[in-house]
Ligand binder design. Structure first.
Ligand code: FMN
Length: 207
């Protein structure tokens, strides 16, 4: 397989338009689309071919309500790290689309998978999590090609999430993803648009 410069340009456009999305339409995704997202995960590289990602698709409304409450509490605690004006700025941010996103996935990393027989991770155990992060990013990009938005939620109490989802103690939360059709399109990151954090391109160092 040979790719061309038009593929490069398309890929760059895709990267430019990939956004973290927190505002979703309630429209549900076709199952075929969900399968395509899962295929993108399955194609990811992983240390020692350990494929350490573990995925829980949240369907129960009761569990969703618990996760919304979990995020609400974690967000309130996080806001206490800021004072005065900064706290109000933080509190005004929308940092998750948990109430609206039609597809929600809790993605864990198994920190002791049998696959891969330990190759690579004996010296760098963190490479298991890196592998899961790459898989998530592949899903993120494929989702964008389908005009679907992904929002990464990390403001959660992970112990309580593991308890809510009743998962293996070796599974560590890597990401909670809110997925669905975006309520609007924007090529500017929301945290930049709201004035919280500008998107600045950094040059590399040379030695
Ligand atoms: C590891 C990771 C965790 C993140 N957690 C959150 C989060 O909890 N809530 C949120 O609104 N955005 C979260 N984001 C999204 C970032 O805020 C976002 O990527 C950044 O502001 C740049 O915007 P862009 O993704 O649209 O380019 C997370 C992103 C990453 C990579």
């Amino acid at each position: 397989m040979k790719f061309s410069s038009s593929d490069t340009n398309t890929m760059l456009e895709l990267l430019r338009w990939r956004r973290d999305v927190r505002h979703f339409k309630p429209t549900s995704l076709p199952e075929e689309t969900v399968n395509t997202l899962m295929k993108a995960i399955a194609l990811a590289p992983s240390v020692g071919n350990s494929r350490p990602w573990r995925i829980v698709r949240i369907k129960s409304e009761d569990i969703k309500a618990k996760i919304i409450a979990n995020h609400g509490e974690a967000n309130e605690i996080a806001s206490q790290e800021y004072n005065n004006k900064e706290r109000s700025e933080y509190q005004a941010l929308k940092l998750a689309g948990l109430k609206e996103a039609p597809l929600q996935l809790a993605i864990f990393t198994d920190i002791d998978p049998s696959a891969g027989r330990g190759l690579g991770r004996q010296t760098m155990p963190e490479t298991l999590t890196y592998s899961t992060v790459i898989a998530i990013h592949q899903l993120w990009l494929i989702a964008r090609t389908l005009n679907i938005g992904v929002g990464w939620v990390s403001i959660l109490n992970t112990d309580s999430l593991n308890e809510t989802l009743d998962v293996d103690p070796n599974w560590k939360l890597t990401a909670y993803l809110c997925i669905g059709y975006p309520a609007f399109d924007d090529d500017t990151p929301e945290l930049h648009r709201t004035g919280w954090q500008e998107n600045t391109a950094k040059e590399w160092l040379e030695r």
